[in-house]
Design a protein around this ligand. Structure first.
Ligand SMILES: C[S@@+](CC[C@H](N)C(=O)[O-])C[C@H]1O[C@@H](n2cnc3c(N)ncnc32)[C@H](O)[C@@H]1O
Length: 223
């Protein structure tokens, strides 16, 4: 049996509803919105690994055109439902490693919690190469990832893995901005239920409150 993890792509097919509940508990979209929105206004944007579409909903209306790409059809189905028919948003079912857009056709690439989910540095590198290919000269990339500090990473025991991945991103020339945030679930029972589904009992048993602190990093780079 595969280890329970959000890096297991099956999760995005079989647990879409639970994943959506998890996403709704996140505070960080609002913090990321504040930082990123000025760069997105009236721009052609590509959201790599859009998931259930939380950023398509936030950024789509302000953009000139918003391409929301994901490898999971199930996530895209929910994203389409959530986005509320914003005409500027176009959904793309594809992998980040083969983006069906022309060279130098987008102003901004945004990707939250996806590069860390792609397994293997060869595949991560391929995704970054594709991002670079579709980006216009002087275009911007925003890659949001968890910091290796913070309660959320500590509970899941991902400190080393996260630091390794983030150091790799630093070596690819990304600058960074750290943000403190949290998940707020309806109650502790709900938080435990969701964590149990994704990471198993030993991790969900560590939950002591409906609020779980998280630290994130927005990695940025200009082409
Ligand atoms: C942790 S979720 C993040 C979703 C969303 N960006 C967010 O912040 O809520 C990871 C997403 O990346 C997608 N994904 C994983 N590997 C991918 C790949 N190679 N290409 C495109 N999407 C991928 C998954 O289907 C999933 O929707």
């Amino acid at each position: 049996m595969k280890k329970k993890s959000l890096a297991n792509l099956e999760v995005y097919k079989s647990k879409t509803k639970t994943y959506e509940e998890f996403v709704k508990a996140e505070d960080h979209p609002r913090k990321i919105e504040k930082f990123t929105l000025p760069y997105i206004k009236n721009k052609i944007v590509l959201d790599v690994g859009c998931g259930v579409g939380k950023y398509a909903k936030i950024f789509g209306p302000s953009s000139k055109k918003y391409f929301a790409l994901d490898v999971s059809e199930e996530q895209l189905k929910l994203a389409k439902k959530n986005e509320g028919n914003v005409k500027k948003v176009k959904f793309i079912h594809s992998s980040a490693e083969k983006i069906p857009l022309s060279d130098k056709s987008v102003d901004v690439v945004f990707s939250s919690w996806v590069i860390s989910v792609i397994k293997g540095f060869r595949r991560k590198k391929k995704a970054l190469q594709e991002i670079d290919r579709v980006l216009k000269e002087s275009g911007k990339i925003f890659v949001v990832e968890g910091d290796s500090k913070g309660e959320f990473e500590e509970m899941r025991g991902h400190l080393k893995r996260t630091e390794y991945h983030n150091n790799w991103l630093r070596k690819q020339g990304f600058k960074e901005r750290k943000i403190k945030t949290y998940f707020k679930f309806k109650n502790m029972k709900k938080a435990k239920e969701i964590f149990n589904e994704f990471w198993g009992k030993s991790i969900s048993n560590k939950i002591k409150s409906e609020i779980i602190k998280q630290e994130i990093i927005i990695f940025t780079k200009t082409k």
